[in-house]
Design a protein around this ligand. Structure first.
Ligand code: GLU
Length: 310
């Protein structure tokens, strides 16, 4: 397995030159585009890894599957899906257009920005600080069960959060439009502050693979403790399969056949049912905001290990 990961990482280095880092959040533009890493976590929390898997990075939209999981567990399906749909859009992650034109009257799904901002407003807690704390506790408990003592701490990169808060005009527009539709719970600025901070959570690929394993094993942590109900894990995985890579979800589904969630920080979390949690890192992105190296490595890994879900 180690040889396979080493080979895939070596092969993927060429892709770093084929994409560009996200610069629309100024603090994200500082990352080295040549970094590449791939990690896999098994049922017991053992991690096999290669390349840049211990360098923490901004998880960005990968946080959307974590907040969705926690809100489904704490508030239930009705609270989420009365406000957000479960359909893919084929639109870019930050698109605003369907909020007004669609018959749904709500964001299409929780993994585009509009849906994720609604979900952020539903996290346990009254303020952005309290909601972020609930999410961080949840992430820590998911990772700690298989902690090997070397992994990076779960923390928020305040510079990235401030950078997005200062420049996230489109997300602010989306937030206020959602408020007008009656879909954001409580104060819209608090919901946006929660969203910007959760996107700025820093994790390394080794930790992200452990989070992927939570989904791969339907909510059960290494050691047997259950963190998520099977139903929650399956809902989130289904949405990852159909909507996890934005308007590249169909292509990735056909080629890699894995539920996955990408972020513009260059990370992708994926889950291979009953086998492994997976994570890739490569900050050079394609035009849809997905890691070029990550898509290539996960696709190759899925083929080599026959991880296709379908
Ligand atoms: N914080 C980013 C945004 O809202 C997340 C986007 C992403 O990772 O795809 O623009």
């Amino acid at each position: 397995m180690q040889d396979l990961l080493d080979r895939l990482v070596a092969d993927a280095r060429v892709f770093a030159a084929k994409g560009s880092v996200a610069a629309y959040i100024p603090a994200l533009a500082k990352i080295d585009p040549r970094l590449v890493g791939l990690a896999l976590a098994d049922r017991d929390g053992r991690v096999v890894e290669s390349g840049a898997t211990r360098i923490p990075f901004s998880i960005q939209s990968v946080s959307k599957v974590l907040s969705l999981s926690l809100v489904l567990e704490s508030r239930g399906e009705e609270a989420v899906f009365s406000r957000v749909g479960r359909e893919s859009t084929g639109d870019p992650f930050n698109s605003i257009i369907r909020l007004e034109t669609s018959h749904l009257g709500k964001p299409y799904n929780p993994l585009i920005n509009a849906g994720a901002i609604v979900v952020s407003s539903l996290l346990p807690g009254r303020t952005a600080v309290e909601r972020l704390a609930s999410l961080l506790d949840f992430v820590r408990s998911a990772i700690a069960a298989s902690e090997d003592g070397r992994s990076a701490a779960v923390m928020v990169d305040e510079e990235v959060a401030a950078s997005e808060s200062a420049t996230g005009f489109r997300n602010r527009s989306i937030g206020w439009f959602l408020k007008e539709l009656g879909l954001v719970e409580g104060d819209v600025d608090e919901a946006l502050a929660t969203y910007f901070s959760q996107c700025a959570i820093r994790l390394d690929a080794a930790s992200l693979a452990r989070l992927g394993a939570v989904f791969a094993f339907d909510g059960v942590l290494p050691g047997g403790k259950r963190l998520l109900s099977t139903r929650t894990a399956r809902i989130v995985k289904s949405l990852m399969m159909t909507c996890g890579l934005y308007d590249g979800s169909g292509d990735f589904g056909v080629e890699a056949g894995l539920p996955a969630k990408s972020g513009v920080g260059g990370g992708i979390l994926a889950a291979a049912k009953g086998r492994f949690g997976l994570a890739s890192f490569g900050p050079a992105l394609d035009g849809r905001g997905n890691s070029v190296a990550g898509v290539a490595m996960l696709t190759a890994l899925s083929r080599e290990l026959d991880l296709f879900e379908l």
